[in-house]
Design a protein around this ligand. Structure first.
Ligand code: ATP
Ligand code: MG
Length: 347
């Protein structure tokens, strides 16, 4: 288990000081695939680096399996760090060494015997499905194969925790999927705790069990992935999700809704409805239109998969007298998984 307790990290560069992480507390249970997302410079990498002691908090504690990492002696830290692997966007392989030599590196540093090293290297090469590349040099490998070597190297020392800082950002979508599949396997078959920083929300949706959102050093929101994406609680999270969606409502559509409802006393809104699983949304909208004196138009709809569970999203415009629209919105809100008001205006 990884526990952050009131962790703050400050950087001082001469006169300037930056609070990279600001009083962050949360827990990552064993065996999770945990995502950390947020804006650039939010403090994600800094927070992750406190887990293996590469960064030391000014305040608070970081515990791994009950040990306070930021209070360990150098020797103790080396042992804890030995079981925490890390992989990076650009793989960080040693180009002058073969795949096997790259993977063996942490064990050599740890002073393991040749026989032990060979056994462990063969073992992790099988885990990442790369036995046939054992004696190749990194330059002969594809991006996906290089990341598999990075993962093998990170796992070679009986690793319990794998830290991944933008692990798929340099990979094409197909290769990304195969690496995500591998991370999922490491979690489910070997019980390894995986922590992933990514700017690709699709990565989080696809494999993370829980995720945290950070902005400007602060922990904004943390939740089960499905809930985080279908019912975000914070406006920063909503904006982050919206900015990552390939769908944004064209201005012309908003203008159209506005101009077609220019009747004095009218009220209009554009709503985003989210429904969980494969529950149908159509009856809810049809019923709202019947029950209340409002007009409703469907603007956009899609179904996607979060943690392999389908979720539907529908954008609708709704207009009429204020009380009627509000009552219809309440009715819809009570009958869908989540309702968000994207725009609203009283004419
Ligand atoms: N070694 C350092 N010295 C000084 N400032 C630093 C150092 N490392 C990080 N920072 C600052 O701390 C803040 C958080 O940086 P961090 O790298 O943790 O963000 P991030 O969320 O990982 O961003 P990105 O998504 O761009 O990788 C930034 O303002 C950054 O400039
Ligand atoms: Mg970073």
């Amino acid at each position: 288990m990884i526990e952050f307790k009131h962790v703050s990290v400050e950087f001082n560069n001469g006169k300037n000081s930056v609070r990279a992480v600001n009083d962050v507390s949360f827990t990552i249970p064993d065996g999770e695939i945990f995502g950390i997302v947020g804006s650039s410079g939010a403090g994600k990498s800094t927070l992750m680096r406190t887990i293996n002691g590469l960064e030391k908090p000014d305040k608070g504690e970081v515990l791994v399996d009950g040990k306070v990492v930021n209070q360990l002696s150098k020797g103790e830290l080396r042992i804890v760090r030995g079981h925490i692997g890390m992989i990076f966007q650009h793989f960080n392989l040693i180009t002058s060494r073969t795949v096997a030599e790259n993977i063996a590196f942490p064990l050599k540093v740890a002073g393991k015997s040749k026989a032990e090293i060979n056994k462990s290297v063969d073992n992790v090469l099988a885990m990442v499905d790369l036995e046939d590349k054992k004696n190749e040099y990194p330059e002969k490998l594809s991006g996906g194969q290089k990341q598999r070597v990075g993962i093998a190297r990170a796992l070679v020392n009986n690793t319990k925790v794998l830290l991944c800082d933008e692990p798929t950002s340099a990979l094409d979508p197909e290769t990304t999927n195969s690496i995500l599949e591998l991370l999922r396997k490491l979690s489910s078959e070997f019980g390894i705790t995986v922590v992933i920083i990514t700017h690709e929300l699709s990565v989080v949706k696809s494999i993370c069990t829980h995720a945290a959102v950070m902005d400007n050093g602060d922990l904004i929101e943390i939740n089960d992935t499905y809930k985080l994406f279908t019912a975000p609680q914070q406006s920063f999270t909503r904006k982050l999700i919206a900015s990552n969606e390939d769908f944004t409502l064209p201005e012309s559509v908003i203008e159209e809704v506005k101009t077609s409802n220019q009747k004095a006393g009218n009220y209009w809104a554009i709503l985003k409805l989210v429904y969980a699983g494969d529950s149908a949304s159509d009856p809810v909208i049809a019923n709202a239109a019947k029950k209340f004196d409002v007009g409703i138009n469907v603007i956009h709809g899609k179904i996607e998969y979060i943690k392999q569970i389908p979720t539907g999203e529908l954008h609708i415009s709704i207009f009429g007298k204020h009380e009627e629209v509000k009552a219809a919105m309440d009715f819809i809100g009570n009958n869908v998984f989540h309702l968000e008001v994207l725009y609203e205006q009283q004419i």
